[in-house]
Design a protein around this ligand. Structure first.
Ligand SMILES: [Zn+2]
Ligand SMILES: [Zn+2]
Length: 379
């Protein structure tokens, strides 16, 4: 069973109609159908995922259960709700691990290497690390990156030969790239020392690339990082890696995305969490606090009269953007009631006055605590 969100898999929003879901399913199923992608493990896994998601979302009852309980609605044995708790430390959550697999699934093990002895050699894959802010992860961002890479030598078109023709087969190993050595009783096989295992040996080398078939090249690429990207996600840029040799395809570039921590918000899956200090007056009388949203706007948080420290206010739809979706998670604000300090004489006077005026009814928790103590002593 997949851990990915079924709506994301089918590339539809949470509010999509049955028709929309069906349409998207058909398109995706066609795209990843095994008949169209023979021997492609990635496509096969994707196809299975698409079907699994559609099995649930096409059925109104199953879809409603999924909307309420997520994957657990269909997991054997169930288990606790991983998102039920509210923990600012997020310790041991392992969320980065879970969600880094989002992109690994698309990545697979990379395309198959060129077979040994094949004339064309595929270029190496390259890794590039990029760090973005939470706001950039929220909105999505295009990053221009510059990597030390290689390009096919223009003079010899990657063959490495002086005349630009095909590289001749290595006479030393007859193109196998391997040589056998007798050592006592043993026959050892090692890479051919003449052609270094490639099976091709250029005597009359291209001057521009010294027979390598590629030249150093600073590659500048624009990489689109989608809104809702997770910390630890990888984006594959097909063909963004090192140049292939002797007509081989270029390798891929893997952009590893890390999302910086935010001053106010902590992120857990699609939701955002913040802890906001409020004055005792605001908590007691009610009021509003303005907090900056990741989209640049201001959120007016209504604090109800009688709020307590640690109370959590949920604001729907003000959370993180969701990958490949138009919807957003929720924002959870935890109130921290701040006891006033550095009081002036007048402020103290007012609070003293309030103390005289306030009775048990104002502090029901304190009252019940004192009642418990009384009960303990009367036993
Ligand atoms: Zn050789
Ligand atoms: Zn060359």
């Amino acid at each position: 069973m997949t851990e990915r969100d079924y709506y994301e898999i089918l590339e539809v929003s949470k509010s999509a109609s049955g028709e929309e879901i069906k349409k998207s399913f058909r398109q995706l199923a066609m795209q990843y159908h095994p008949d169209r992608n023979p021997n492609d493990k990635e496509a096969e896994a994707k196809f299975k995922e698409i079907n699994e998601a559609y099995e649930v979302l096409k059925d109104d009852q199953k879809r409603a259960a999924y909307d309420r309980y997520g994957h657990q609605a269909f997991a054997n044995g169930g288990g606790g709700n991983p998102f039920g708790g509210f923990d600012f430390n997020f310790s041991g959550g392992g969320f980065a691990d879970i969600f880094s697999s989002v992109f690994e699934e698309f990545m697979g093990g990379g395309r198959a290497r060129s077979a040994r002895g094949a004339y064309e050699q595929r270029g190496e894959d390259v890794r590039y690390d990029v760090s973005i802010t939470l706001a950039e992860a929220f909105a999505g961002v295009e990053k221009e990156i510059s990597v030390d890479s290689t390009a096919v030598c223009e003079k010899c078109h990657g063959h490495g030969t002086n005349d630009g023709g095909k590289a001749p087969v290595c006479p030393h190993c007859n193109g196998s790239g391997k040589v056998r050595m007798q050592q006592g009783f043993f026959v050892m096989e090692q890479p051919c020392p003449q052609c270094h295992g490639s099976g091709y040996l250029v005597k009359d080398k291209c001057e521009a690339c010294k027979g390598r078939g590629f030249v150093e090249h600073q590659k500048t690429l624009k990489v689109k990082i989608p809104a809702g990207i997770y910390d630890g996600a990888r984006i594959r840029v097909v063909g963004g890696g090192l140049a292939g040799v002797r007509g081989g395809a270029a390798g891929d570039l893997y952009v590893f995305v890390s999302v910086e921590t935010h001053q106010i918000y902590e992120r857990m899956e699609h939701n955002l969490y913040a802890q906001i200090p409020v004055s005792i007056c605001c908590a007691a009388l009610g009021g509003s606090v303005k907090i900056p949203s990741l989209d640049g706007s201001k959120i007016e948080l209504k604090v109800p009269a009688g709020s307590q420290s640690e109370d959590i206010i949920r604001i729907k739809g003000q959370g993180m953007s969701i990958l490949r979706s138009t919807s957003r998670g929720d924002l959870f604000v935890k109130l921290k009631v701040e006891t006033p300090v550095n009081l002036t004489a007048r402020q103290k006077e007012l609070l003293e006055e309030f103390r005289k005026e306030s009775g048990e009814d104002c502090q029901p928790q304190e009252k019940s605590f004192l009642d418990k103590i009384k009960a303990l002593f009367s036993d």
